[in-house]
Structure formats: structure tokens, C-alpha cells
Design a protein around this ligand. Structure first.
Ligand code: OSB
Ligand code: MG
Length: 375
């Protein structure tokens, strides 16, 4: 297969409610839609999910756009892809920049599926047609507001609640939720905001019957995470630390965690994500699917991937209306009885809503294999 054309739509979607984490507030989501075309005119869709600020991890969307244009698209145009995994090898001479690679890698998977007239799900041997889902709740100013938000999500049917924490906003809000809802699947996500000096706090959190505590320490640390895991009953889950299967091996060897939040874009795409799933399966690590405030394109990818039988823990894959008033695909993801349907059809199984895309598009760029055109 030859890639002959790439279109890049630079979009900005306003969030329904601001999302606060230990590192900052998100009010609008920047994202790029990438459309790859092959020599037969098939199209594959990818989403670039990185943020404008380098606060979650080091990647930024502006640096990713440059890398995609200057490094990744030229490699794609030169390649003759025999099988879908070839795109992973093609990008190996570029270090890091996982979300940039993932935007194109996942689009190539969609393109192969379109060519072969099969669903993306069918490549993973998956059977599930609906998935149980959870929701990630941002930091709220008052405990009352937080409880009201959690109650509302539970009423809507979300099967697992993740609460963002930061120093000074942790044991009090979490205890309040646990007291009000003794039986829900509850967890916390610190986004790297603590150190081992906070051990006493984690021992208190350990009493709340949390499903797990996500990313308590620095995203380059494996050793202190292991020291903490040794002293807790509660599972530690790593998010920011995990970029490759080698990171999962390190975490496993040291005992740094018992669960992995797998985000396809954070590990550079589907090929690496499959390696991680495989490692987790053979080593009894709990693996579940995380999110990046994706639009309907990235969400369709997450649903296709999370339909594999190994994903039983409800992921951060919420209904479209939890994130955006208006999604950019036809038939945005809806939740029914705490579950979201895996889009059916070939490839990602979605249709783009061009009117919605045009409303939020800031810039469009076309690259073709013989020359680049700016529009
Ligand atoms: O740490 O998991 C995280 C969103 C953006 C960046 C990082 C994280 C999150 C979430 C929400 O927790 C995931 C989602 O619902 O898309
Ligand atoms: Mg996280």
C-alpha cells in the first residue's frame, strides 16, 4: 500500500465543563483530525490528542504538528506498507513523540481495515459489542459540588468513578464520596503530584477500599512507586510512566504497580498497545483503557480496542456528552445502562460530521506524495 495524500484539520472543541487536575485546568480541547489516503482512494482517520501545554506529559500539540509534517509524513510517503505493523517499524527511527506517531499509526490501521473491508475490532479477535464504562471527575472547589457531580454521573449509569486528587485535596473529598457511596468502584488519580514523603496520606487512602491509585509519583520514577506499592493493599496504577512495553516490564520487574492505564496515543499507537496487552495478560497485570478527552474519532478507536476480552475494568471512555456539546462524528457515543456500544461497520465504524468539523476547524493543510499544498 502507498499513502498518497494526508489532510490535517486543526480543530478546537469547547468542553461542556472545565476539567481540573493536579497540574492545571482544561477548558477547550485542541486536536487534529488526520485523513490518510491510499493509491486506491481509501481513507483512514487518526486523531492527534496532545495538549497545548506540556503539563500531562512533555509532548505538545504544536511540536507534534511540526514532527508530523517534517518527519512522519515524509516517511509515510516513501514507504510501501506490506502489512499494518510496518508503520510501527517505519517510525522507529524517530525517538519518543508517541502521540504524534499514534495519530498516523492508528490512521494506517483504519486504512488497512477499510481496504480489507473489515472492522478494526476484527484484528484484535474481539467479540464484545458493548463495554462497561467509567468517568474521570476533575477537582471541584467544594466537597458539595464534587458529591453533586459524582451523584449525577452515578445516576447516568457510570460504572466506575475516578477522582482527580492533589496535595490538600485528597483524603477529605475521597472519604466523603466513600461515606456517601460505600459500594461504588472508586479510584483516585494524582497525575504525579506526590512523593514518598506523603506515605502517611497513602496509608489513609489505603483504608478507603479504592480500586486503585493512579500515578501518585513522578513520571520517571519506578523505584519509589515500588516502595509505596509494597506498603499498600490498594493497587497502584501507572499512567504517565508507561510509554512502551519496556516501561511495563520495568514496572513489573520492580513491583512498581499492579495495574496499567493503557492509552493508545501515549504508547505510540495500536502495535505497541497490543504488545502491552500481551505482556499484561501473561504477567497478571490488570490493564484497562484510559482516555485523553478524545473526540468521536479517538473514542471510536478506544472502543474498538477495548472490546478485547482482557478489558473488564471500566475504562475512561465516557459518552460524548460528558466531554463536548457537539462531537464531530455522526452518531456520537451514547451510554446506556453504564455501557457504550462499539461502533459497527468497517474500520473505526464511524462517519465524520463535516458540518460540525467546519464549525470548529481553525486550519486545514494538505500534503501529497509529490508536493505539499497549503490551503
Ligand atoms: O490522567 O488519565 C489522566 C484526561 C486528560 C489527561 C490525562 C488524564 C485524563 C483523564 C480523563 O483522567 C480521561 C478521559 O475521560 O478521556
Ligand atoms: Mg491518569
Amino acid at each position: 500500500m502507498k499513502i498518497t495524500k494526508v489532510e490535517r484539520y486543526q480543530l478546537r472543541l469547547p468542553l461542556t465543563i472545565p476539567f481540573q487536575t493536579s497540574y492545571g485546568v482544561l477548558e477547550e480541547k485542541s486536536l487534529d483530525l488526520l485523513i490518510l489516503e491510499d493509491e486506491l482512494g481509501n481513507q483512514g482517520y487518526g486523531e492527534l490528542v496532545s495538549f497545548e501545554q506540556p503539563d500531562y506529559i512533555e509532548e505538545t500539540i504544536s511540536a507534534d504538528r511540526q514532527l508530523i509534517e517534517q518527519q512522519l509524513i515524509p516517511r509515510l510517503f516513501q514507504a510501501e506498507l506490506q502489512q499494518v505493523e510496518d508503520v510501527w517499524s517505519l517510525f522507529q527511527s524517530v525517538q519518543g513523540n508517541f502521540m504524534a506517531k499514534s495519530a498516523l499509526e492508528t490512521a494506517v490501521w483504519d486504512l488497512f481495515a477499510k481496504r480489507e473491508q473489515r472492522s478494526l475490532q476484527s484484528y484484535f479477535g474481539s467479540q464484545k459489542s458493548t463495554l462497561p464504562v467509567g468517568v474521570s471527575v476533575g477537582i471541584h472547589v467544594t466537597t458539595e459540588d464534587l458529591i453533586a457531580q459524582v451523584s449525577s454521573y452515578l445516576e447516568q449509569g457510570y460504572q466506575r468513578i475516578k477522582v482527580k486528587i492533589k496535595p490538600g485535596y485528597d483524603i477529605v473529598p475521597l472519604s466523603a464520596i466513600r461515606e456517601k457511596f460505600p459500594d461504588i468502584i472508586l479510584m483516585a488519580d494524582a497525575n504525579s503530584a506526590y512523593t514518598l514523603a506523603d506515605l502517611e496520606l497513602f496509608k489513609q487512602l489505603d483504608q478507603l477500599n479504592l480500586a486503585m491509585i493512579e500515578q501518585p509519583f513522578h513520571q520517571r520514577d519506578f523505584v519509589d512507586h515500588a516502595r509505596l506499592q509494597q506498603q499498600l493493599q490498594t493497587k497502584i496504577c501507572l499512567d504517565e510512566n508507561i510509554r512502551t512495553v519496556e516501561d511495563v516490564k520495568t514496572a513489573y520487574a520492580l513491583g512498581s504497580c499492579r495495574a496499567i492505564n493503557l492509552k493508545i496515543p501515549r504508547v505510540g499507537g495500536i502495535t505497541e498497545a497490543l504488545r502491552i496487552v500481551d505482556f499484561c495478560q501473561t504477567h497478571q497485570l490488570l490493564v484497562w483503557l484510559g482516555g485523553m478527552f478524545e473526540s468521536g474519532i479517538g473514542r471510536a478507536l478506544n472502543l474498538q480496542f477495548a472490546s478485547q476480552t482482557i478489558f473488564t475494568f471500566p475504562g475512561d471512555i465516557s459518552a460524548a456528552n460528558r466531554y463536548y456539546a457537539k462531537d464531530i462524528i455522526k452518531e456520537p457515543a451514547k451510554m446506556e445502562k453504564g455501557r457504550i456500544a462499539v461502533p459497527q461497520g468497517i474500520g473505526l465504524g464511524i462517519e465524520l460530521d463535516w458540518r460540525a468539523i467546519q464549525e470548529v476547524c481553525e486550519q486545514k493543510q494538505t500534503y501529497s506524495s509529490n508536493h505539499s499544498i497549503n490551503q
